[in-house]
Write a protein that binds this ligand. Structure first.
Ligand code: MRU
Length: 368
């Protein structure tokens, strides 16, 4: 049975004319939903992390584009319609550069509508496609959860960084998916959630999601990961991803690469979990992945009652870092677990995908 918490927090309103999102910046203190109708509101919601997490940004952007398409004059001829939609897509894509799911979802919407000749159908086609993107993400997360669960056993300690749970995706999440699934099957895990400076997704979102689901979670500051690993309390690290390059180098929330280096030192397996929509074979390596730089105020002031550094102090605030593929024990996709050499195993996953093969493992009823 699906846990009641695992519900959808990005969807269209009843009329289909606006996108409704749960404002993730308000969690865990308030449950606030926002209605997005204009391109500016949509851009801001992504940029300000009111909607965040690579797959979730992609789903939201697909709904956004459908809503914006409805605002184009219905009489507009196909080439003009496409060019207006392309402009909106470029604008939305510029809100956050690292998570490839954003551009991926927008391109998928654009390509789908470009293929449709009849003007009358174009909104229906866009509607169908954004729903498909959302539904596929639910199915992919479920499959990733199943494969991820095969890597751990009852009683294990798992360390995670940032938030790659239901809020960052749909339903199960990626890095947290195996934990939700195992919990549903009666398994117990002890999760260490890095608070994840500077925006505290681990504290605000991961610990909230896990504790609400009844999963044992301990919140730690990022600089405590080493001691919990040294104490022998961590049997595996599970993290999400924002873009995986063809060679397996993986961009994820700033601090992830440090966790991977520690895990290597302590001999703990380090797994990246993500759907194929987060794998970008156009990037040969992590050096090709654009890294988002954010406002220094997030380091100096945000979440403090008064500034913790002088206003003139310069800050470097990259939102993501790249974990070298040599530090990654496996990349868990909806098609299975890729192992090194990733250049081959990731390509093999895409061959299955393009061949239209179905994915997922049979459900296991027995406790491990
Ligand atoms: O800046 P954020 O909060 O969007 O960063 C999110 C992450 O880094 C997640 O780990 C990643 O998007 C995967 S979500 C399944």
């Amino acid at each position: 049975m699906t846990h009641p918490y695992l519900s959808d927090h990005v969807h269209l309103n009843d009329e289909g004319t606006a996108v409704v999102i749960l404002d993730q910046t308000q969690i865990p203190n308030r449950t606030v939903y926002l209605t997005l109708e204009t391109a500016q509101q949509m851009f801001d919601a992504i940029h300000q992390l009111q909607v965040r997490g690579a797959p979730c940004i992609g789903i939201c952007a697909a709904y956004d584009l459908y809503v914006l398409a409805q605002q184009i004059d219905p009489q507009t001829a196909a080439p003009d319609f496409l060019s207006q939609l392309n402009q909106q897509a470029d604008y939305l894509a510029s809100s956050r550069p690292t998570a490839v799911n954003l551009r991926w979802a927008l391109d998928r919407m654009l390509e789908t509508v470009a293929r449709c000749a009849g003007q009358a159908d174009r909104l229906a086609i866009l509607h169908q496609e954004c729903i498909a993107i959302h539904e596929e993400d639910i199915a992919m997360c479920r499959s990733i959860a199943e494969y991820g669960l095969s890597l751990i056993k009852n009683g294990d300690g798992i360390l995670t960084h940032c938030n790659a749970g239901p809020l960052a995706t749909s339903r199960y999440g990626t890095a947290l998916g195996p934990l939700f699934l195992g919990h549903e099957r009666g398994m117990d895990f002890h999760v260490f959630a890095d608070e994840t400076r500077p925006l505290l997704q681990g504290a605000r979102l991961t610990s909230y999601e896990l504790s609400r689901a009844g999963i044992d979670v301990t919140l730690i500051c990022d600089n405590m990961a080493s001691i919990v690993m040294k104490n022998g309390w961590v049997q595996a690290c599970f993290v999400g991803c924002d873009r995986v390059a063809a060679n397996g180098d993986t961009a994820n929330k700033i601090g992830t690469s440090g966790v991977a280096i520690l895990a290597k030192h302590y001999g703990i397996p380090f797994y990246v979990l993500g759907p194929t929509s987060t794998i970008d074979l156009h990037c040969a390596s992590g050096a090709d992945i654009p890294i988002e730089l954010r406002d220094p105020g997030e380091i100096r002031e945000k979440f403090y009652t008064e500034p913790m550094a002088l206003p003139e102090i310069s800050c470097y605030n990259p939102a993501f870092d790249v974990t070298d593929h040599t530090l990654i024990s496996g990349i868990v996709t909806e098609y299975g677990i890729c192992r090194a050499p990733y250049t081959q195993s990731l390509r093999a996953v895409f061959e299955k995908k393009y061949a239209g093969l179905s994915y997922g493992m049979p459900e296991k009823e027995d406790e491990k």
